[in-house]
Ligand binder design. Sequence first.
Ligand code: ADP
Ligand code: MG
Length: 691
Amino acid sequence: MTKRPPTALEKMGLNSPMALALHLPSRYEDETELFTIEEALGLGRFHSIQTQGVVIRSQVMFRPRRQLLVTIEDDTASLQLRFLNFYPSQQKQMAVGSHVRVRGEVREGYLGAEMVHPTVRMVTPDSPLPTSLTPVYPASAGISQTIIRKAVLQALRDASLKDSLGEFLPPKLLAEILPTNDWPPLQEAITYLHQPPADANTQSLLERTHPAWRRVQFEELLAQQISLKRAHAIRRERHAPSFEKIKQKSNVAPSIEEGLFKALPFELTGAQARVWSEIGLDLSNTFPMNRLLQGDVGSGKTVIAALAAARAMDHGYQAAIMAPTEILAEQHYLKMKEWFEPLGIKIAWLSGSLKAKEKRLAQEMIEGGDAQLIIGTHALIQDKVSFAKLGLAVIDEQHRFGVRQRLEIQQRVGSELFYCHQLMMSATPIPRTLAMTYYADLDVSVIDELPLGRKPISTKVVKATRRDEVISGLQDWLDKGLQAYWVCPLIEESEVLQLQTAVDSFEQLTLALPHFKVGLVHGRLKGEEKAAVMAAFKANEIQLLVATTVIEVGVDVPNAALMVIEHAERFGYAQIHQLRGRVGRGSADSVCILMYAEPLSLAAKERLQTLRETSDGFVIAERDLSLRGPGELLGAKQSGDAMLRFVDLQRDAWLIELAQVAAERLLTEHGDLVERHLERWLGSRTEFLKA
Ligand code: ADP
Ligand code: MG
């Protein structure tokens, strides 16, 4: 068989009758009504109207530019059509004497009433009108609606659809679960959406709340819920090593877990103690843990990760901690060194920026089992790394990994070689709707309490033109013996430019505050240089720290309770929330100043306002979701694979619960139907749902 190049439709993924059937219209045009030209002249102002007539004149004019003018008339009146771009074939079609049906808005032109670039259809005087609304499909450039419509119509007649769209959900189950009985069967619903009758409720079709849409959405969610529940059941059948708490006899050295507890400079908060007992229980199971530890910035998730690692190491297993950025990973590395090295634990560090030789050494340590604790970026899951005996994988800020990376992580730590326990950590709360859909196979623990002594942060929003005032306020602040951060604008397009801006601010502030020591930290500094600046800041040898976003995570200086963020309008919700979490850790009242430059987009304005009004991570995450959509929150933006095509989590949240109940019942009462339903909806996309 020779391979022919894919057609334009195939390139859009429309390569089977089923794919075409599920390619649903984004809107409709009403071509079911025809008006006389006289009526059109009156009714067609400001909205599209359809009329038809015979061509009585057709001429190409060259002034003021080349254009085709066609005049049509019927028994009532005449109308001029104007085409500024046209093909010779069009000109030929609309020759004098031919009949055309046109659709467009009527406006007052230079030579009287006219339609500019109407949609034109060649007809005979008695051509019938369509009886259904005309669908308008999402299409990539260069594909005409006519081609898609034809292909869809043909697909809908395909015999195979009876099978792939036919009803097989038990009527009894549907009757008991669906809220009303006006949701049509799937195949009917799909046909309806492609060809709604002339009198259909177009509003509800557009808003996707029509019963036909509901049925489609319900089925899609049902498939998703089933696959999540199944993943859950499959996980429970896998084996993972059980890590019970080890009680040491009095005359033996304490366990690593006990050693860590003793070395900690603080007591766990109530919330930390609770989540640790939840996680401890998971670790003692013989199937892999799949838990998300959620807690606001500064709530103390790291120590929980360390305790879990200690438990695994007590059983002779390796533990790995992975973070999405080098800086975050490095913070963990430093912290773990501080806690675990005194206990004699061997730690390996692995990141993309290591030299080849260092990397090889680290890999040898990991492979040979010398390294008990392994910390790094997603370099950890690359093929070359193989663990001697991995028992626990901690993934920090997992939503900041890309979808593909998360999939890699899943495949790697979930592979046959080592089903290990997994702990995800995130400071971004997952809104309920998301937790119920994408994360349904995840157990969730929440640290809902900050360590004692944290102060609320008061946030101010200030125009950049008041920079001088801000700097003099800063001076007063430092005069009191307190420290502060100055965060430089994020410039995503250019790291060089970002660095330049930081250097400029550093120089300006050094000049403006001669009695204080100003430090600068940015992403280009080497690890040890960065560490030196941070140490000096921590020791109050530096009073003002000018920084790029490298301080987003992991910095902890209680005496620094003021943060100025330049060009705050360029940061996202989560970034500011994280940054702001650096202050409010000491006894002083904390302040965060969000400086912005005009002009401010509407979204940025709303964002800054929300951030000023609340520091509640949950509220901020919900806002974030409604603004950006779940894809971006989940890190799915790049993949382009919308996981739910027809469901909008905000609009259709109530459907999720319905689908959950239905999924439960289908799995328990009609196990034989489950595969069919999944295949219908997910096909090859099942993999993505697991990420
Ligand atoms: P996050 O949840 O944002 O990762 P961290 O784990 O970095 O937070 O903790 C923030 C700071 O709070 C760290 O300096 C940590 O040592 C400290 N901390 C954690 N738990 C407690 C506690 N129970 N009491 C006091 N300080 C704590
Ligand atoms: Mg953290």
